[in-house]
Design a protein. Structure first.
Length: 526
């Protein structure tokens, strides 16, 4: 068989021309380019900033050693970012070309190389501060488009001539490839343009926020004296914005510029009111330390944070509208249609329930409800802390359901008294001797009067409490444990200022918040 083939006189076939290298290389470049363009479109549509290209670029900037950064800034000045993007373009072109060539020789290997490249980009996205799983969607979309395109286009680039005629190297199959390549390139260009356009919306909101950072004159968010015990390993009393837990149903953050924002107050009111951002802010801003927590927080969990919020009392805004005496609830609605039902009396009983515009001395971050959100001390977030709020409807609880109350969660959501051990950490090994046991306790708007720690089956020991500016924040505590070698169990419980001792009864988060004592096991080395 082999013999007969090799024996075929070469004169019987036209000498097979060496296939040119560039079509599969071009196919690789275009497939990668289209994938990245799709990522731009998807990121733009979702309002996500982290496209694979942006994330890899940012990781590169972060990983650049200082000498190279200095060199780049010296050489390219303010064009250093452009230089980086051009450099990335060159690298991506070369990589795309190599992947195309590899795919032409060994398809599996080429596809694998392309996948590896996208996985690396995925890691870069994931590594950026502030990203969530949703930020990976553009990169995944890039893969879904780039891989089949690569296979298809390389196939066209390497398709054998339909006849043995050498001329066909320039014949129909080459033309088919060039058409396919042209279409891919066209789509990539259109996609990139569309992505830029969509991304501009987010950029507009970020600009709006940046402008407020200077014009709002927000306070410096320095914790009050004595509030932070600064025990090593414990969570700081003030939660930095980038560490503040984020919970919402929005796949992409609603994008609302402060200039475009309005709040409508209506329903069972004497006067319907509509306020824009400037009108709201001119009503007078107040700064309040408030602790916000999620009803889904498990005992010992971290869906809780404490920040300095700047905003206008909700009661002042409601007073403009004059709620009817028959009303007992306010249904708030976000720009993306999420709703919460809050007791009207809670909003008007004098507590610091705010329409917040600032968080820790910054305009609200987009993820935390820019430009305006609600925050109500003493209630879980799901019944009170509406982000991107645009509407307050004064109503009655028997006349509506809110987002989570139609899904099995309680209609009212007062915060349950709770406490947490931060140090030592669960399963820690510590040395015998005096060990600082420390953590936080909270019962917003009632206040914490005592925290006690129990070791194994011993007595309750009173912890020392840190200072707090009001009853509306969590309170740090510390207790010096004379730790003896062996395995031990630590438990904590808090008592509110109005005398409620935290129950040991364990309840899951559904329907109205978890309860039970935070319990950890530690080993004391002999
Ligand atoms: N628009 C909107 N606001 C929302 C939510 C949401 O899904 N959409 N979730 C609420 C819940 S359940 C909580 S616990 C808090 C969390 O606020 P944070 O993400 O700023 O920590 O926001 C509340 N406000
Ligand atoms: Mo929540």
């Amino acid at each position: 068989m082999t013999d007969s083939v090799t024996a075929t006189p070469s004169a019987a076939l036209p000498s097979t021309p060496r296939r040119p290298w560039w079509p599969p290389a071009l196919a690789g470049v275009l497939a990668l380019g289209l994938g990245l363009a799709v990522a731009e479109v998807v990121a733009g549509a979702l309002g996500r900033a982290e496209t694979p290209v942006v994330a890899v670029g940012e990781e590169f900037i972060d990983l650049t050693p200082p000498w190279l950064k200095d060199f780049a800034i010296e050489t390219f000045g303010t064009h250093d970012k452009t230089a980086l993007l051009v450099g990335m373009g060159v690298v991506l072109t070369v990589l795309g070309g190599l992947i195309g060539l590899l795919t032409a020789r060994r398809k599996g290997a080429g596809m694998l190389a392309a996948t590896v490249l996208l996985v690396i980009a995925g890691f870069a996205v994931n590594n950026r501060p502030d990203t969530t799983m949703a930020d990976l969607i553009p990169t995944v979309a890039a893969g879904i488009v780039a891989l089949p395109t690569l296979s298809w286009l390389v196939g066209k680039a390497t398709a054998p001539p339909p006849t043995g005629d050498a001329e066909t190297a320039r014949g129909p199959s080459r033309r088919t490839f060039l058409t396919a390549a042209g279409i891919t390139a066209g789509l990539a260009v259109v996609g990139t343009g569309l992505g830029q356009l969509l991304g501009a919306r987010r950029a507009g909101v970020e600009t709006s926020r940046d402008d407020l950072a200077t014009s709002l004159d927000l306070p410096r968010a320095t914790p009050p004296d004595g509030a932070d015990l600064t025990v090593s390993g414990a969570e700081p009393w003030r939660t930095p914005n980038q560490d503040f837990y984020r919970i919402d149903t929005a796949l992409s953050e609603p994008l609302v510029r402060a200039e475009d924002w309005t709040l409508r107050v209506h329903g069972m009111v004497e006067n319907e009111v509509e306020l824009d951002y400037d009108q709201l802010v001119r009503m007078g801003l107040e700064d309040r330390w408030l602790t916000l927590n999620c009803v889904s927080n498990e005992v010992g969990g971290h869906l809780i944070g404490n920040a300095l919020w700047t905003g206008v009392p909700i009661a002042d805004v409601l007073a403009l509208a004059q709620p009817s005496p028959d009303a007992d609830a306010v249904r708030s609605r976000s720009q993306d249609g999420w709703t919460a039902g809050t007791p009207l009396d809670v909003l008007t009983d004098g507590r610091d329930a705010l329409l917040a515009v600032g968080m820790n001395g910054q305009p609200l971050p987009l993820a935390h409800g820019f430009p305006v959100r609600m925050i109500v001390p003493g209630l879980y977030g799901y019944v009170s802390a509406t982000k991107w709020v645009v509407e307050l409807e004064v109503s009655r609880f028997d006349q509506f359901n809110a987002y989570w109350t139609t899904r099995g969660w309680a209609e009212r959501g007062p915060v349950k008294v709770a406490s947490r051990i931060d140090v030592p950490s669960s399963q820690a090994n510590v040395d015998a001797g005096t060990v600082a046991v420390a953590g936080v306790a909270w019962a917003q708007h009632r206040g914490i009067d005592a925290v006690e720690v129990k070791v194994d089956d011993g007595d309750w020991n009173a912890a020392r409490l840190a200072a707090v500016p009001s009853t509306d924040t969590w309170r740090q505590w510390v207790w010096g444990w004379d730790a003896e070698p062996g395995d031990h169990r630590l438990q904590v419980r808090a008592t509110t200022a109005d005398g409620e001792v935290q129950t040991s009864e364990q309840a899951p988060p559904v329907p109205d918040g978890a309860s039970g004592w935070h319990t950890i096991d530690v080993t004391v080395n002999g």
